[in-house]
Design a protein around this ligand. Structure first.
Ligand SMILES: [Cu+2]
Length: 185
């Protein structure tokens, strides 16, 4: 604004030269405001390209599921969408410091229709099997091992049938908070 005012002031003295300056400053301002508009996300109609739409669609499917949980007993994500019949990798990282005995985490993926609560209630009794007992294996698609602070583990699995597959951490008392859904499409 002050730049414009000074230009206007000098205009009185030397009109012919500063008329050019003034016009170029208007052009600059117009360019700047156009730039601001496009940053604001209010794009004019017709500027959304087909490529952009394709990217949006592709990012909906997860191919690697990165899960993290710390001593705060929470998963960093609770919803994933994967493609039916395609192998995916799930990684689990324990970002906390507590030991496996006190704050262990795992990921158990249940079959569609199984309940986190029902599974978690039974599984948490099976300390000697790291809370993923063989007796409940029929309800499970796959599960990671149980890990403590600073550890990581990973798991590869494929789900053929579309549906909603619940997952949980089956360490005692964790499943009411540490749970989520993997949607298979
Ligand atoms: Cu846990």
């Amino acid at each position: 604004m002050s730049k414009d005012l000074s230009i206007n002031f000098v205009l009185i003295k030397s009109i012919s030269f500063f008329t050019i300056m003034k016009y170029s400053s208007i052009t600059l301002l117009a360019a700047l405001s156009l730039g601001l508009y496009s940053c604001g996300g209010d794009l004019p109609k017709g500027t959304e390209t087909p490529e952009f739409k394709m990217d949006k669609e592709a990012s909906v499917m997860d191919t690697v599921l990165h899960l993290e949980a710390g001593d705060d007993m929470k998963f960093n994500r609770t919803a994933f969408t994967i493609a039916a019949g395609k192998e995916v990798t799930l990684t689990l990282k324990h970002t906390g410091k507590m030991e496996k005995n006190a704050m262990g985490h795992n990921v158990v993926i249940l079959k569609a229709g199984e309940e986190v609560r029902a599974y978690g209630n039974e599984a948490q009794k099976a300390k000697e099997e790291d809370y993923a007992p063989q007796s409940l294996a029929a309800k499970v698609i796959a599960h990671t091992k149980l890990i403590g602070g600073g550890e990581s583990t990973e798991l590869k699995f494929t789900i053929a049938e579309p549906g909603e597959y619940p997952f949980l951490c089956s360490f005692p008392g964790h499943y009411p908070i540490m749970k989520g859904i993997i949607t298979v499409k």
